[in-house]
Design a protein around this ligand. Structure first.
Ligand SMILES: [Zn+2]
Ligand SMILES: [Zn+2]
Length: 346
């Protein structure tokens, strides 16, 4: 959850495009020039007094480590149990499709044509003009944070000033991003396919989850990694990794749809062993289930990211790429007892 839509709708220069999005939210034939008015119903916690069903879509890149049908069933069962135990929902997760990732993006190309204003917020660090934008995004993202917090997130040494922090963050970001995109695969290719950059693009996934009608929750064995105009400190310090995301969705019963990416948990490439640490084989699905619960907190309980909560809070994002430590902390300590602020928008 990165508050993309809220930020976007507040950009005065994009009022016309914002009107288009609001049309989508209303699901009516309102004209593109209309002012933002009464749109989607206000976000309220999804009620717990009746059983819910989440439709699950699994999108697979056959070049990457995969989950077989039995493992996926086990994963869905684990999430169902946690939804009952932690959040109090009687939920069933039903797989409605198992499709090829690249083909899915191809057949949904119309979504990207419909939302050019989203897609153009992706940055390509190979282009000089986007590198300039990236520096500005990083500088702005770091500005509100004290140096001690930035040090903890970047994990790249002592910082003297915000200016130095921004320069260092830019270098760290690009280095981690390059390493991630070039993770070698058994077939001789790399994680990022230069011919299909959209498959790993946060902005493209935002558009897809916003327009998705056939499912509420997507699992993919791929990952979201790249640069974009909306990154905050957490994403920058990870080298552009968004492991999971909850976005607005005007078409389904929850006003929200979620994607959970699994490559960060299924891969044991040297990069992951160094930055994330090993994950015991028997716990891989549990780590994925913990991340899924974080995203479903956004989707069902409407929880926002808390400020100043302990690292064992499931509603707080993992620091850097230490997803396994984060998961262990959460499972050891149980649900965070502190109050959690609610989202009013995705
Ligand atoms: Zn989140
Ligand atoms: Zn908390």
């Amino acid at each position: 959850m990165r508050r993309f839509w809220l930020q976007f709708q507040h950009l005065a220069s994009n009022l016309l495009a914002a009107g288009l999005i609001l049309c989508a939210l209303v699901g009516s034939a309102a004209s593109a020039g209309e002012k933002p008015g009464i749109v989607a119903p206000p976000l309220r916690e999804v009620p717990k007094d009746r059983a819910i069903e989440l439709r699950v879509l699994y999108l697979e890149d056959p070049r990457l480590p995969m989950l077989n049908a039995a493992q996926r069933k086990e994963l869905l069962g684990k999430v169902e149990q946690l939804l009952q135990r932690w959040y109090g929902y009687r939920a069933s997760l039903r797989e409605v499709g198992h499709l090829n990732l690249a083909e899915y993006f191809t057949t949904h190309a119309g979504v990207f044509r419909k939302h050019p204003e989203i897609v153009k917020m992706a940055l390509n660090p190979d282009r000089a003009i986007d590198r300039g934008r990236l520096r500005a995004v990083i500088k702005k993202a770091l500005a509100p944070h004290p140096l001690a917090i930035i040090e903890g997130q970047l994990h790249a040494g002592k910082l003297e000033s915000h200016e130095q922090a921004a320069t260092l963050a830019y270098d760290v970001f690009l280095q981690r991003l390059r390493e991630l995109r070039s993770i070698p695969l058994p077939d001789g290719s790399t994680l990022a396919d230069p011919m299909r950059p959209e498959l790993n693009s946060y902005m493209h996934w935002c558009a897809l989850t916003h327009e998705m009608t056939e499912a509420d929750l997507v699992f993919t064995n791929s990952m979201i990694v790249g640069a974009d105009m909306e990154m905050g400190l957490t994403i920058i310090s990870r080298g552009g990794v968004t492991a999971g995301n909850a976005n607005a969705n005007p078409h389904n019963a929850f006003q929200s749809a979620v994607v959970v990416t699994m490559f960060p948990f299924l891969s044991d490439a040297p990069f992951w062993l160094r930055e994330r640490g090993p994950i015991p084989e028997a716990e891989r699905l549990d780590v994925i289930a913990t991340l899924t619960m974080h995203e479903l907190g956004h989707m069902l309980l409407r929880t926002d990211h808390p400020v100043g909560h302990p690292s064992s809070c499931v509603y707080a994002p993992a620091v850097r790429l230490r997803y396994y430590d984060w998961h262990v902390d959460i499972r050891k300590n149980g649900l965070c007892p502190l109050p959690h602020r609610k989202l009013t928008s995705y």
